[in-house]
Design a binder for this molecule. Structure first.
Ligand SMILES: *[C@@H]1O[C@H](CO)[C@@H](O)[C@H](O)[C@H]1NC(C)=O
Length: 296
């Protein structure tokens, strides 16, 4: 047993003679002077701390958004107008990508499809086969996925915007609605086994408008949780277009909506239709995207 166990390791404080400064005091003074010097440098902007602060871009630099308007070769066809995204509904989830396609791309798709248009059918929910229908009176045709350079560029763009791989998409469908033609409200998802065998359920739809429509022809979501009378474009909608969330067809714009909620259950609020065209005619192109790879 030690006689001074508590004192072990503790040294008596060192005493400095009067008039001499301790090394600690010197170190502290140097540190203070250095800090003050650094603060002066920062204040005058001579030195900047390496923090990721958004630095203001030089005035002569074009804003990013405007830059996409001058894209041309290598990414589809022609020049697109200013692109921006508009959230139109969260229930169902629906968005408009303004100027998604250029005028040239719209015309290209129409010209490609024109010679091959046939009367549209709908899918029979019991047999899974196509059948004629009075609920859908348009005409249409399918363009094979990846069939040419322009289509590939558009399909790549769709994948980039939706985060769904190109391989999950069906071929683009081109649709034409003349005066009086419409598509009654329906779901894009399937309730039968047959149609989900390839690629599983349809998850989302991108509807691209290839032409303006003078009157009518809106895409309508009758059950959307949106106050349609507060829409900025409400006065431009036809009677049909006012019966829910109505979206006016504008050439180049694309409407993305989800048939599934983020938890992968079906979203019945995605019920949608095409209002009858009253004046003009409507060309559109649809990309259906599945939860898995869709074998072409
Ligand atoms: C819908 O919007 C209109 C116009 O903004 C407003 O007058 C009306 O009270 C709203 N209705 C509901 C149910 O919120």
């Amino acid at each position: 047993m030690s006689s001074r166990p508590l004192m072990r390791g503790i040294r008596p404080p060192r005493v400095y003679p009067k008039g001499r400064t301790s090394p600690y005091a010197i170190a502290l003074t140097v540190l203070l002077v250095a800090s003050a010097f650094l603060l002066v440098l920062i204040a005058f902007g001579i030195f900047s701390l390496p923090i990721n602060s958004p630095s203001p871009s030089p005035k002569h630099e074009r804003p990013r958004r405007a830059r996409s308007a001058v894209q041309s070769s290598g990414d589809g066809l022609g020049e697109k107008g200013q692109q921006w995204t508009e959230v139109i509904s969260w229930e169902p989830r629906a968005f408009i990508y303004h100027n998604f396609l250029s005028k040239e791309e719209c015309d290209y798709l129409i010209e490609l499809a024109k010679p091959h248009m046939v009367k549209s059918t709908v899918v029979d929910s019991t047999t899974g086969k196509s059948k004629d229908s009075r609920v859908r009176t348009s005409s249409g045709m399918f363009l094979q996925r990846g069939r040419d350079k322009v289509i590939r560029a558009i399909e790549k763009r769709i994948a980039d915007y939706t985060f769904i791989p190109v391989e999950h998409g069906e071929g683009l469908q081109i649709l034409h609605y003349e005066i009086g033609q419409k598509y009654e409200p329906h779901y894009d998802y399937f309730l039968d086994e047959f149609n989900t065998r390839n690629g599983g359920q349809r998850m989302a739809t991108l509807l691209m408008y290839l032409s303006d429509v003078e009157e009518g022809g809106e895409t309508i979501f009758p059950d959307a949780k949106v106050n349609s009378s507060s829409l900025p474009w409400h006065d431009e909608l036809s009677e049909c277009g006012k019966r829910g969330l109505g979206v006016k067809a504008k050439a180049g714009d694309a409407l993305l909506f989800w048939s599934m909620k983020p938890d992968a259950t079906l979203d019945p609020l995605s019920l949608h239709g095409g209002c009858p065209v009253i004046r003009g005619n409507k060309w559109s192109s649809t990309k259906w995207m599945h939860v898995q790879e869709y074998k072409a």
